[in-house]
Design a protein around this ligand. Structure first.
Ligand code: ADP
Ligand code: MG
Length: 404
């Protein structure tokens, strides 16, 4: 079940619609991180270097009211694309209409056009109401965008878990739909881990809440050989087992669920044996304590050193490793050791030939910030999308890509 990739398409002389993820962080109209623009370059470059006419578009932020329109003007991103790709990018400040159609028809081989934020279609300025034509996949809108091009390339993984006019709506109305190189990588690594993981397959889960990740935990119980749990969510599991977790973060209403999951996992879930605790949520050195020795005012903010050893033993020889959710409050340097330790373990396993995959907004940010981005096999570009993909759900933005 292989998917068609942009490099499988004949793009010469064709108008190629390219849905990218340019949902970059902005402050007062200035881009604060252009990673997503850089990440999309290979796909756009492939199209223009092979004589295609690139029509590039993306959503930016959410557009629910008139004020969101000015705030989420995507023009600065088109400018940045122009700087990075070192070619002119013709920007059209509209999402439909004659100006856009004329500009598209005037495109020559190798040229690039970008149009306005697709989510401008979520709000009707004249009627002053939210329409969600883009986000709710209005059929007419998808057909209209499709009519602007000859073939469609979806390279936006971050929104692949939602059916929008700019992904499935277009795909339903063009002859050919392929994945861009970024989406290809997500399919290869996350899709690979879901469909046919090389074993042993070990998952590492952390982050803030069990409730955010129930679907993933259940899917991994069925699929993975071991699930190592850290982060704040470890305390809900530990409390469910009867431990005194002091003042650590816990979801009281998820204790029964945690018990059920532990029972279902039948020994696959590995819980920490120690943690680094502090008396308050602040960045001062903590104390490494065994999880059966917490005082009432101890707050666990990271996994402990014995736990890291335990995780290392369980990861030994792993062939597929998926990691979601930081092991502790890595934003504070005194509580980053567990997350750094896991990054180290993944880096080592990568050199030993394992497929190591990081999914999730904060875990990906942690790995990048700590300098491990190039030392693992794959860092997913999606937050919610990578979680749903890991759960084994069908993502509409991937399902709409042609099979080869
Ligand atoms: P991801 O985005 O990778 O899925 P989450 O959003 O679930 O991860 O969780 C990330 C957050 O969890 C981080 O901000 C981190 O500080 C927090 N966190 C991790 N461990 C703890 C802990 N022991 N106590 C409180 N917060 C924690
Ligand atoms: Mg997060």
């Amino acid at each position: 079940m292989a998917k068609k990739i942009v490099s499988d398409l004949q793009v010469k002389g064709k108008k190629v619609l390219i849905r990218v993820d340019f949902n970059v962080p902005m402050k007062n109209g200035v881009i604060t991180d252009d990673t997503r623009v850089r990440a999309a370059l290979p796909t756009i470059e492939y199209v223009v270097n092979n004589g295609g006419k690139a029509i590039v578009f993306s959503h930016l932020g959410r557009v629910k009211e008139e004020a969101d329109i000015l705030k989420n003007d995507i023009a600065p991103v088109a400018k940045r694309l122009e700087e990075l790709i070192k070619k002119p990018v013709k920007f059209v400040n509209a999402t439909r209409g004659k100006e856009l159609e004329d500009a598209v028809n005037q495109l020559k081989e190798g040229e690039i056009l970008m149009f306005q934020n697709t989510r401008y279609e979520d709000y009707d300025v004249q009627a002053q109401k939210e329409t969600k034509y883009e986000s709710k996949n209005n059929a007419e809108l998808g057909a209209y965008w499709a009519s602007l091009g000859d073939v469609f390339v979806n390279d936006a993984f971050g929104t692949a878990h939602r059916a929008a006019a700019s992904n499935v709506g277009i795909a339903a109305n063009v002859k050919e739909t392929a994945a861009g190189f970024l989406l290809e990588k997500e399919i290869k690594f996350i899709g690979g881990a879901v469909d046919e993981p090389k074993r042993p397959y070990v998952a590492i889960l952390g982050g803030s809440k069990v409730s955010d990740k129930i679907g993933v935990i259940e899917a991994l119980i069925a699929k993975a050989d071991k699930i190592l749990v850290g982060g704040a969510m470890m305390f809900t599991f530990l409390k469910a087992q009867g431990y005194n977790i002091g003042a650590s973060r816990c979801e009281e209403d998820k204790l029964d669920l945690a018990k059920d999951l532990l029972a279902k996992a039948n020994g696959k879930i590995v819980l920490p044996v120690d943690a680094v605790v502090n008396k308050a949520f602040e960045d001062v050195p903590g104390v490494n304590k065994s999880i059966d020795a917490f005082d009432a005012d101890d707050m666990g903010l990271d996994i402990g050193s014995k736990t890291l050893e335990l995780f290392a033993e369980n990861l030994n020889g792993a062939k597929t490793v998926v990691w979601n959710g930081p092991m502790g409050v890595f934003e504070m340097k005194n509580y980053a050791a567990g997350t750094i330790g896991v990054c180290e373990l993944l880096a080592k396993l990568t050199t030993e030939g394992a497929q190591t995959i990081i999914g999730g907004g904060d875990s990906a940010a942690a790995a990048e910030q700590l300098g491990y981005a190039s030392k693992v096999s794959h860092i997913s570009t999606g937050g919610g999308a990578s979680l749903e993909y890991l759960e084994g759900k069908v993502l509409p933005g991937i399902a709409c890509v042609d099979e080869i």
